[in-house]
Design a binder for this molecule. Sequence first.
Ligand SMILES: Nc1nc2c(c(=O)[nH]1)N[C@H]1C(S)=C(S)[C@@H](COP(=O)(O)OP(=O)(O)OC[C@H]3O[C@@H](n4cnc5c(=O)[nH]c(N)nc54)[C@H](O)[C@@H]3O)O[C@H]1N2
Ligand SMILES: Nc1nc2c(c(=O)[nH]1)N[C@H]1C(S)=C(S)[C@@H](COP(=O)(O)OP(=O)(O)OC[C@H]3O[C@@H](n4cnc5c(=O)[nH]c(N)nc54)[C@H](O)[C@@H]3O)O[C@H]1N2
Ligand code: SF4
Ligand SMILES: [Mo]
Length: 736
Amino acid sequence: MTQPLSLSRRNLLKGVLASGTLGLSSSPVFAAAQEKDEVWTGYTICDSCNHMPMCGLQFKARGNHVIKIENWKEHPNNSLCSKGISTLQRLYNPNRLLYPLKRTNPKGSKDPGWVRCSWDEAIKAIVKNLAEIKAKYGPEKVMFFCGDPKEPRPPVMRLARYYGSPNYCCESSAACNLAYVHAEELSWGQEIAGGPNPKAKCLLIMGKNGSWAQPHGFFRNLLAQKARGMKLIVVDVRRTKVAEQADIHLQPYPGTDGALAWGMIRVLVKEDLVDHKFIDKWCTGYEELVKYCERFTPEYVEKETGVPAEKMVAAARMFADGPSAMQLPGQSVPHQHNGCNNVRAMSLLMALTGNAEKAGASSIANWPKDYIRWDEGYTRTFIDEPWFREEKQRKTRIDREFAPIWNEMQVLCSPNNLPEMVKEGRIRAFCGWGANLLIWPSPQEYQEAVKNMDFSFSTDYFYRDETHHDMDFVLPAAMNFERYAPFGVHGRKVSARRPVKPLGEAWEDWKISCTIGSALIDEKLFFGGDPVKACDSILNGWGTSYEKQASTLPEITVCEFFPPQEMAKHEKGLLRFDGKPGFRTPSGKVELFSSIQAKHGQPGLPEYVAPPKPTKEWPFKLINGTRRPYITHSKTRGDQPYLLELEPESTVNMHPADCQKLGIKEGDQIWMESPYYKGKVRARVRVTILAQPGTVDAQYGWRGDQETQVLIPRKNWDPISGYPAYNDVCIKVTKA
Ligand SMILES: Nc1nc2c(c(=O)[nH]1)N[C@H]1C(S)=C(S)[C@@H](COP(=O)(O)OP(=O)(O)OC[C@H]3O[C@@H](n4cnc5c(=O)[nH]c(N)nc54)[C@H](O)[C@@H]3O)O[C@H]1N2
Ligand SMILES: Nc1nc2c(c(=O)[nH]1)N[C@H]1C(S)=C(S)[C@@H](COP(=O)(O)OP(=O)(O)OC[C@H]3O[C@@H](n4cnc5c(=O)[nH]c(N)nc54)[C@H](O)[C@@H]3O)O[C@H]1N2
Ligand code: SF4
Ligand SMILES: [Mo]
């Protein structure tokens, strides 16, 4: 494929350097900063690791030009990491997409023939195509898709709703952390194992490396809890900075967490460390669980997981000696064939020991009225969630047969069988916001699917050839410094922004979706395209407005009408939509035995299925994508060149013993091969005890011959979530 507008780091650095301290005044596309312009202070939320909403970012601007980034002291998350600080390079990256592009050559051409077009032309074409497809084939033939960027999501889902397509998908329904929530919801009805708890005697963290993936306060908080005497159990295949803090580090072989959890469950049952009162009153399936755990003897668990039996037993006892909390959100564990059930098995420890909804234990968050997904930023009303939950909608979704349990539980549709759905004519158009086709295993099949659609467009900060090559339009999105929407919700506080104007002709994502909605559906329903009015439709329901929240900047005010946190919500009828006591599950209880899984022909208990193990020919387990402190997914590398200097190429972690066997030294290049791909994938080796012997700990998101996604087949989807098994493949490693 050609790279018509692709980024050359050399050019970028040249551009940045030539412009002095990011002045860029020589380029016609950048608004020149006039010396006479006053310096003022702006506020926004950093979006560089796609969390929603995260670190507050204060900046100084001269005229419309951001000249300096600072910590926003009054913000709840107020220390910026390397990625956040370097977003200034991204803002003034000369390769930024600043104008709408339309293709002039047919799809499949080597050169798409991109030319600049006006917003008017782009919006008209989008409206015309979507209206035609709806009239001719039905609205469900259009897939609306948001990539990992969380901020564009609420109005895109609203657009899908009122256009009439239940096929609203996003990275969270393709992969990521939502499978953890899904696992918890199957048993608990809602997400429960969230954060560190200041009263916990013990905390168990599974498959999460917050020191790198969540630098805003995670580690500081953890150290503070440790300092007051909290015990820490970390279940991680690697020896991370978080694991180094653990009283007990359980280091299972990748994908064997289910066996470990069941081993711990058996210890609780055998030693009668369970909370019978909680189980009798609030749980279903205890008898089945007691029977099933029998086979997970310490000896078997040690053999299966590699975790010494006495460590596993000690961890179970430590957790039982509560109050104990659990922190589960992360991405690695659900990215295996049995990932969801492995998470769910671990979450049952909380139920068995009665560690829920009481001081020091895990609890379900109390959000402002109607707010359903803190990391997506919308309310039930804004997206009309009940509509997505209707049987009629769920029946027309493309994940109905592919991931039936997911289809029943989640309102976000799984897009993972997109290639098949395009072949069958069930999807004919793709409307993307921050989409990246490289998130999938064997991404070439998704590229082919996009090429074969009747119509497609995406919005982005940059032109990305691997995703946009065969689209009809690519639209420039305003960056976080340049937009009002969305506002941030931080506990009981709501933050607004004070942005600069977008460069070139970039538009806020909220403006793009609301403008399409206004032209295609109804101007009132889509706020005449105005992002602030769209925000107000949520904020007014909470007794405030965007303007009111903006008026107190840099202070972020507590919204008194938000519910305070309280315990024992299941006893007070505060969890269920019908107001009855209990949990938000079909039975109203914590379902150790999931009635939903059983209904769909899956085991009701989160049973253990062993992952594929290395063989003589394929001797290494590939962990295809852990987080690095200075990289976010497909982006940041060239967008923020300062970060590229920290890690200029794909680097994998390998254990010293393995390297010695293969004669590999620090910095050597290797080739990785899998049974599912004819070619080879290149990486540089870091020799480190961070990695477990027998594993290759890789980074995904690199392009060209460093791209690891091609090593993974499109099969082994987790039947509970429909997620890809990125981490189930065994590979061969040779020195290059
Ligand atoms: N092998 C493997 N695959 C994985 C994973 C893994 O660990 N291993 N992780 C999975 C997970 S958890 C995730 S979250 C996904 C990663 O999800 P991706 O969707 O790949 O996330 P990004 O690369 O951050 O962003 C995608 C695109 O959005 C653009 N963008 C960024 N912010 C905005 C914005 O505000 N508006 C618009 N319009 N565009 C924006 C970026 O320029 C980029 O082109 O990958 C998944 N795939
Ligand atoms: N710097 C940075 N921060 C990010 C992101 C980023 O790209 N860069 N992405 C954001 C996104 S979208 C996400 S989803 C989160 C992800 O956040 P995390 O899930 O915390 O990050 P990971 O490093 O992918 O995985 C966490 C840990 O799981 C371990 N692990 C892997 N396989 C297994 C297993 O089978 N069992 C067990 N017990 N452990 C295992 C890994 O060793 C790793 O230490 O990070 C977010 N924050
Ligand atoms: S952790 Fe870093 S990248 Fe993530 S929001 Fe904060 S400053 Fe931005
Ligand atoms: Mo993610």
